[in-house]
Design a protein around this ligand. Structure first.
Ligand code: PAF
Length: 274
């Protein structure tokens, strides 16, 4: 595996690999990331993984500074997973000058996670477009735990006519249902045993909707009240149309239920398709 730090060296290395498949990450790799790599590997002769904690997608009071950085362990995992190129740029490499040109995902950036985290999706879209321009992959893989991010990136790829196939992978969960996330590291042992409740409530919402429930607001409010009673601070539980995350008419096909809530120092997000 080549560990590459500069864009120039990356481009030189990838000249030989025009059909690479790309997995962008912020590091602190877990089995969810390894699953993305396992999906990438059979699709291309060269698998590229980036590790870059992107300041642009963090708000001023968010966890940029304490986001877990575990480069040595990450590189060992990438080597073990059979990755060909690890791209590990520092901030000056990605943002050598103030980033005045930004990608504005105006359809999605002001709702749900975008409303709670102003500027977040602009930061994600901008760095992902830059990484795409640096790696020039044929395909790129993202996990559906970040459902809104996946939808936003799919819209960006389509609307900007990027010649890249997006592959969206199912969420990887712990045996008790908790979606794997680097932010699970912030949970105390007590909070960790409470954390699967988020997915349990999403599954209940799905069962209720499939059972014919049409009052989506009731479902959202009940789930948020349960979370609050158990010591969570919910940002939202929302039943939305799966294709554009707008509020659905009762009985609409293809829904997704999304949730974000704080438990102690961790902000957890999850979703379930209906
Ligand atoms: O999902 C993530 O880890 C990040 O948002 C991404 C796509 C690597 C961009 O920084």
């Amino acid at each position: 595996m080549d560990v590459i730090h500069s864009v120039a060296a990356l481009r030189e290395r990838l000249k030989r690999e025009p059909n690479n498949v790309f997995v962008p990450t912020m590091g602190n790799l877990h089995d969810g990331h390894i699953e993305l790599i396992n999906i990438a590997k059979p699709r291309a002769a060269c698998t590229v993984v980036s590790i870059f904690v992107n300041r642009l997608q963090f708000g001023p009071r968010e966890d940029y500074d304490r986001y877990p950085r575990t480069l040595e362990a990450d590189c060992a995992k990438l080597l073990n997973a059979g990755v060909d190129v690890a791209f590990v740029p520092d901030e000056r490499e990605i943002y050598p000058e103030p980033q005045n040109y930004l990608v504005d995902p105006s359809d999605l950036q002001d709702i749900l996670d975008g409303a709670v985290r102003p500027g977040h999706f602009r930061g994600v879209a901008t760095v992902v477009l830059k990484l795409f321009n640096m790696v020039a992959p044929r395909a790129a893989i993202f996990g559906k735990k970040d459902y809104q991010q996946c939808l936003m990136l799919a819209n960006m790829v389509r609307q900007l006519a990027l010649p890249i196939d997006l592959i969206l992978a199912e969420t990887v969960r712990a045996p008790d249902g908790l979606a794997l996330s680097s932010r699970n590291a912030y949970l105390t042992p007590e909070e960790r045993s409470e954390a699967p409740r988020l997915y349990q409530l999403l599954k209940k919402a799905r069962t209720d909707i499939l059972g014919g429930a049409l009052d989506y607001q009731r479902i959202e409010l009940d789930a948020m009240a349960t979370l609050a009673r158990q010591g969570w601070k919910p940002d939202y539980v929302a039943v939305r149309r799966a294709n554009d995350l707008q509020a659905p008419e009762p009985g609409a096909p293809r829904l997704v239920v999304l949730a974000a809530a704080r438990l102690g120092k961790a902000r957890l997000i999850d979703n379930i398709e209906v």
